[in-house]
Write a protein that binds this ligand. Structure first.
Ligand code: UDP
Ligand code: MG
Length: 150
């Protein structure tokens, strides 16, 4: 099923110059970029975005981490985009992530794991609405689509 999923390159990914590398991996996969912008996340937005983790031991550190510098927010579209992005990112803890995934190839610590991707279609919709207005999301035809979606 054609889906749209939300991806955030966290402040460490931006600081370490990984934006191009990460975008390239999703483009290579055949996913279609439909929204992209830099965002300096406020404490209020971070707390809403990560509301499901409120009260957990890592919550305060997580809010501090995602608000510590600019991030890059994106929406990627394609068949099974939610699962494809999660697989391409790898497990939450880079130590457990499979080699070849973004978190394994560029991370060592769960507290600096470079990237976020929605865990379900429902989360994707919620997160997309937190970061993008409808007029910032672009539906367009790609001439290569017939060679990507069978
Ligand atoms: N996190 C952390 N310590 C933990 C678990 C999570 O610092 O023990 C951070 C980490 O940045 C992770 C984010 O909290 O990406 C959200 O956690 P979640 O379990 O939703 O993982 P994700 O969906 O990002 O794989
Ligand atoms: Mg999550």
């Amino acid at each position: 099923m054609r889906e749209r999923t939300f991806v955030l390159i966290k402040p460490d990914g931006v600081q370490r110059g990984l934006v191009g590398e990460i975008v390239r991996r999703f483009e290579n996969r055949g996913l279609q970029l439909v929204a992209l912008k830099m965002v300096r996340i406020s404490k209020a937005l971070a707390e809403e975005y990560y509301a499901e983790h409120k009260g957990k031991a890592f919550f305060e550190g997580l809010v501090e981490y995602v608000t510590s510098g600019p991030t890059v927010a994106m929406l990627w579209e394609g068949d099974n985009a939610v699962a494809v992005v999660r697989k391409t990112m790898g497990a939450t803890d880079p130590v457990k992530a499979e080699p070849g995934t973004i978190r394994a190839d560029f991370g060592l610590s769960i507290g600096r794991n470079v990237i976020h991707g929605s865990d379900s279609l429902e989360s994707a919709k919620r997160e997309a609405a937190l970061f993008f207005r409808p007029d910032e999301i672009h539906a367009y035809e790609r001439s290569q689509d017939a060679w990507i979606h069978g």
